[in-house]
Design a protein around this ligand. Structure first.
Ligand SMILES: Cc1cc2nc3c(=O)[nH]c(=O)nc-3n(C[C@H](O)[C@H](O)[C@H](O)COP(=O)(O)OP(=O)(O)OC[C@H]3O[C@@H](n4cnc5c(N)ncnc54)[C@H](O)[C@@H]3O)c2cc1C
Length: 410
């Protein structure tokens, strides 16, 4: 109805312009969850409340990878939430997965991050782009306990993806990979990774290809766990490391798509990956709000609980607005995947997590800095969500690009 009314009222403009108006005014998103999404939310919420949340502080303080927790989450089906049932997955939609990642991240940000990257950047990629042979080899085991990774970043290529230096050389029925990847999440524990490499550096982004690489292949060397300590970084229980590829010989069947498709594959998958990091950030923001409210109710100052202080009430209200607006953008991005939606959700959710965690530390006062309380962990965990999966500055530029494109103003 809205569409026909708009079409009638715009007889003087041409159809292309009209469709652009329809796209920008699309209001079809609903925040109501369907039965499947509600069921996943309850499943992840119960597991988080009963098992994950009580263990998160110890996992973080000891910097221990959550092996048992990931095993349990695998049994719940959440390490293949969107993967076809034929390959051991649940066959659910992205919104269900985003909701699960939010709930898990609310309990333990490290675990939420591992689940987010495994699903959105590896399992969904192979599920959607892989050949049947690739799915048998690189997906079936990955819904049953093996962990998958995504190796795009390099020492000299983070935001600037087209500057990738890792090379892929064709040799008969094989490809030979050489180079170095940085910051590969879960590569210390993982079994396979997507690797992006150039077969012709002069072609820049058009010269990229994507390969599926077993992490035990000859010539693959995993670096040490990157130390993520100190105030500016969190996720101590998750891991990231360098990967060195030294004459790694892969059969041509490990090439995902065609040579030259690598940049398109990376960008498309990052649109999904950003939904995953946004959901992860919403979980951290919600955890910060929960921690702050619980403390403010108990703590007495000037003869009353902190919740009676207008400034604390204002902080809690700010946090609530940040969490809920970020959640809506994230759900919208998961329901309608588009680069602008994903970038906007990641940008807003990362800022919401950082701001909510800072409020949380402030509400707890001196205890906000103590490792006996959760606030400082949320503060460290929140920071990274504005960096990995694409830095906040670039997300904002992407939003501006797509906004102006919609308005023919580029
Ligand atoms: C804990 C952790 C886990 C990670 N996991 C993975 C992973 O699993 N796989 C993977 O491939 N990578 C991973 N990364 C890498 C991550 O995605 C990159 O760090 C990120 O994309 C930024 O790249 P960079 O660090 O090279 O920063 P740079 O690209 O050098 O950017 C540095 C700063 O420069 C500015 N900047 C750069 N370019 C622009 C631009 N175009 N517009 C505006 N400002 C700009 C921004 O302020 C930015 O913050 C991980 C990183 C961390 C910290």
């Amino acid at each position: 109805m809205v569409a026909s009314a708009l079409l009638n009222s715009t007889k003087s403009i041409n159809l292309t312009q009209c469709m652009k108006v329809l796209v920008t005014q699309n209001r079809s998103f609903t925040s109501h969850l369907n039965e499947q999404q509600l069921a996943v939310q309850e499943l992840a919420r119960n597991y988080t409340n009963q098992y994950l949340k009580p263990r998160a502080s110890q996992l973080d303080l000891q910097g221990r990878f959550p092996f048992d927790e990931i095993k349990h989450i695998t049994k719940l089906g959440l390490m293949g939430a969107c993967v076809d049932e034929k390959y051991g997955g649940l066959g659910h939609d992205y919104l269900s997965l985003a909701i699960a990642v939010e709930e898990l991240s609310r309990g333990c940000a490290s675990t939420g991050m591992i689940v987010s990257i495994h699903n959105f950047l590896y399992a969904n990629l192979v599920n959607e782009q892989g050949t049947p042979e690739q799915k048998e080899r690189f997906l079936s085991d990955f819904t049953k306990g093996s962990i998958g990774c995504f190796a795009l970043s390099e020492p000299d290529a983070g935001s600037d993806v087209a500057n990738i230096k890792t090379t892929a050389r064709r040799d008969g029925d094989y490809w030979i990979l050489n180079g170095k990847k940085s910051w590969v999440t879960s590569a210390v524990e993982g079994s396979a990774t997507a690797v992006f490499a150039t077969f012709d550096p002069e072609l820049r982004h058009k010269g990229l290809a994507c390969f599926l690489v077993p992490l035990d292949a000859e010539g693959v060397f995993r670096g040490k766990k990157e130390p993520l300590m100190g105030v500016s970084s969190g996720h101590r229980a998750a891991t990231a490391c360098d990967l060195t590829l030294d004459d790694v010989r892969l059969p041509a069947s490990c090439l995902l798509g065609q040579a030259g498709d690598g940049f398109r594959i990376a960008m498309r998958q990052l649109d999904q990956g950003r939904i995953g990091i946004a959901a992860h950030a919403v979980g951290i923001a919600q955890a910060s709000l929960d921690t702050a409210i619980a403390y403010a109710k108990e703590r007495v100052a000037f003869g009353r609980s902190l919740t009676a202080l207008p400034s604390v009430k204002d902080r809690l209200a700010d946090m609530c607005i940040l969490v809920e607006s970020a959640r809506l953008l994230t759900w919208r991005a998961a329901a309608h995947v588009h680069s602008k939606h994903s970038a906007m959700a990641k940008y807003a959710a990362g800022r919401a997590a950082a701001a909510a965690a800072a409020h949380c530390v402030q509400v707890l006062g001196g205890r906000g800095l103590s490792t006996r309380y959760d606030a400082e962990r949320h503060y460290r965990d929140a920071r990274g969500t504005q960096i990995y999966g694409g830095v906040a500055d670039v997300q904002k530029r992407l939003v501006g690009h797509f906004l102006l494109k919609e308005h023919d103003a580029l």
